[in-house]
Design a protein around this ligand. Structure first.
Ligand SMILES: [Zn+2]
Length: 436
């Protein structure tokens, strides 16, 4: 069988499996798998969900003819791997996705009052994790099952991975654990939703991401003497300093740096202005209870800083810190009472050259199935491709859905996109691993 014939056979097979693919996705969405280390989540209430989901997915891996490896790197959080052994002589490929989700928020905000409905309406399948990213995980697994059912034998090994803990960067329990366990390959495709900017973009790189925390000190005093410490002629910072206002000064200044980045940090695969410095938590408080009767003595601002894939994280940190130092120097209080600057988390970028064969194969597979050239674009967020790349595996992201509807009420995925993605995954496997 030629590659062209094989592709047609597997596409026909996937069309026959259409109802089964969507039913499997609905079933997985109905099994909650909230990531247990999410801040504010009670681990005891949600632990085991990831494992239950992977137990359900295991049937598809088995139907694909995979050798199964299911294990807990962390208690009660089972990763699932299925190896479809090749006949030999071909390149090996990993299909990777995560099974955990963020929490659903208020149930009442969801259609049918149910974050776990898994229902289809107007061509969209709804529910927490439908888009991010059970659709991708199911599409990859069903592609392998379709290949087997169509009687197509790959030369290279195809390794299916459904891991835990991605949503809290818990890669040591999930993707990094798969690498330590010995699952390596010549390339990998992560099935995170690869829109925006368009459905099913080929994504060879992501930004890097820092969590930046700035703690600003003030000086508490009675709120009614404010005039005395903010206007000329008064006591000034000898009696009071409002930590929230000092934080605003810093936030305003960082906006200017963000503006400079928007104008200067350009990348051919990202829209201008994608690399940003965004304040996402600001908490100012007086000593004692949160009531406005004492001038606030503390203010925290938490930022997400996103930088270009090829930039050195150390350089980015140094640039932001040097800028902040210059901001602190401009203010008499901050000059002496230096705010504390911390970097609680870092998620490095991944960056696979666009000329790499896995990019070429994915683009060809997309064009063959969809009938239009693939769009290459940078990933809007970050994903486990980073940790696969750190394990030495050239990795891209390609998957159904859009990040614009992930992590929010009424998350959904277009069912046609799920079926198309499944066909493209099968085509990628054919082209990359080769057929016997
Ligand atoms: Zn995700």
């Amino acid at each position: 069988m030629s590659e062209v014939e094989a592709l047609q056979v597997v596409i026909d097979q996937i069309d026959k499996m259409r109802e089964d693919i969507l039913a499997t996705l609905s079933q997985l969405v109905r099994i909650p798998s909230i990531t247990p280390k999410y801040p504010g989540i009670n681990r005891e209430e949600v632990i085991g969900g990831e494992t239950e989901c992977n137990k359900a997915l295991r049937h598809t891996y088995e139907a694909a003819g995979c050798h199964i490896d299911m294990w807990e790197e962390e208690p009660l959080r089972a990763n699932l791997i299925g190896v479809l052994k090749g006949t030999g002589g071909g390149r090996s490929l990993i299909f990777n996705g995560h099974i955990d989700t963020v929490p659903p928020g208020e149930s009442s905000a969801w259609k049918w009052g149910d974050p776990f409905s898994g229902r289809i309406e107007d061509g969209k399948l709804y529910g927490l994790g439908s888009c991010d990213m059970k659709a991708g995980v199911v599409a990859q697994a069903k592609a392998a099952e379709a290949l087997s059912k169509a009687g197509i034998k790959l030369k290279g090994d195809l390794i299916l991975e459904s891991v835990v803990g991605e949503e809290t960067m818990d890669h040591n329990a999930g993707t990094t654990a798969t690498i330590k366990r010995g699952y390596l390959a010549d390339a990998a495709v992560v099935s995170e939703p690869s829109g925006p900017p368009c459905s099913l973009a080929v994504v060879p790189c992501s930004p890097g991401l820092f969590w930046l925390k700035i703690t600003v000190k003030g000086k508490p005093t009675h709120v009614c003497v404010r005039g005395n410490f903010i206007w000329p002629g008064g006591e000034g910072d000898r009696i009071g300093v409002n930590a929230i206002e000092k934080a605003f000064f810093i936030a305003d200044s960082l906006k200017k740096l963000e503006h400079n980045w928007g104008m200067s940090k350009l990348h051919p695969l990202f829209a201008p202005g994608h690399f940003t410095i965004g304040p996402n938590v600001i908490l100012g408080t007086p000593p004692g209870p949160m009531v406005p009767f004492i001038v606030p003595h503390l203010c925290y601002i938490d930022y997400i800083v996103m930088y270009k894939p090829e930039e050195s994280p150390e350089d980015v940190k140094a640039e932001v810190e040097a800028f902040l130092e210059s901001v602190f120097d401009q203010d008499p209080w901050l000059r002496v009472n230096r705010p504390v600057v911390e970097w609680p988390h870092h998620w490095p970028s991944y960056d696979t050259p666009i000329e790499h064969p896995i990019c070429k194969v994915a683009a060809e597979a997309h064009a063959d199935v969809v009938g239009r050239p693939a769009v290459f674009h940078g990933f809007a967020a970050v994903d486990d491709a980073t940790y696969l790349q750190m394990g030495g595996i050239p990795t891209i992201t390609y998957g159904p859905g859009s990040l614009l509807v992930a992590h929010s009420a009424n998350e959904h995925v277009d069912v046609e996109e799920v079926i198309t993605a499944c066909k493209v995954y099968a085509a990628i496997a054919l082209k990359w691993c080769g057929i016997d």
